[in-house]
Design a protein around this ligand. Structure first.
Ligand code: HEM
Length: 193
């Protein structure tokens, strides 16, 4: 009888373990937060560029990355006067060279919307209303696109966005960085035409 009880106990214990591990298997893993959330999400913070205004941290993170990217592209164009990035951005660069930054500000805003909107930013302020990526990067449909992008130009561009992300605190060896680069790579086909 004593022996039977031991087996019974063992069976109950095994059942408990099996049940526990079974219920563990049924727990679906917590979904990975969106890139927007991981960049700070909807937490409201003071907008460093607009005193007295607040901004979502996720949008602010993207705006910083976009602004740094613009700086890296301008530096590239200046260092390689005959290089290829300058040819694509010829219209906007000539405006900025003449002291007119209106369209640059619109582009920064559109790019910030585009990235925020497509990676989990749901606030209406993030809604992207610009051209789709095929139209925006086809010079015959968008006169602001100087020439079509080659694969090499695209790789260079993505490298600058990656460098800008790193300069704004996204370390290169993190899952977040890899996820951002994957989003950029997913746009290569529509943009390189
Ligand atoms: C991750 C890759 C890229 C993304 C997400 C992106 C996104 C955008 C967006 C959202 C716009 C604004 C469209 C509008 O105003 O309606 C734009 C415009 C433009 N893009 Fe891209 N782009 C990318 C790569 C490139 C590359 C590789 C080039 C050239 C080498 C390029 C050249 C341009 C130019 C010249 C414009 C027009 C700028 C202006 O308004 O003066 N883009 N892009």
């Amino acid at each position: 009888m004593k022996k039977f009880s031991n087996w019974a106990l063992l069976a109950v214990a095994f059942g408990a373990v099996a049940f526990t591990s079974c219920s563990k298997d049924d727990d679906s893993p917590a979904p990975t937060p969106s890139i927007y959330e991981r960049l700070g999400g909807t937490t409201m913070v003071a907008d460093p560029d607009n005193p007295g205004q607040m901004i979502e941290q996720g949008r602010l993170s993207y705006r910083k990355v976009v602004n740094t990217t613009v700086g890296l592209i301008v530096a590239d164009v200046q260092a390689n006067a005959s290089g290829n990035l300058g040819a694509h951005f010829a219209p906007i660069l000539s405006e900025v060279g003449a002291g007119n930054t209106t369209n640059l500000a619109i582009l920064v805003d559109n790019l910030t919307d585009f990235f925020s909107f497509n990676t989990g930013g749901t606030n209406a302020v993030n809604t992207y209303t610009g051209l789709d990526m095929v139209t925006a990067h086809n010079p015959s449909l968008n006169p602001r696109m100087g020439t079509t992008s080659t694969n090499a130009d695209y790789t260079k561009f993505v490298g600058y966005v990656g460098a800008a992300a790193q300069q704004n605190g996204v370390a290169a060896n993190t899952e977040l960085y890899t996820d951002i680069v994957a989003v950029l790579e997913s746009l290569r086909d529509p943009i390189v035409q």
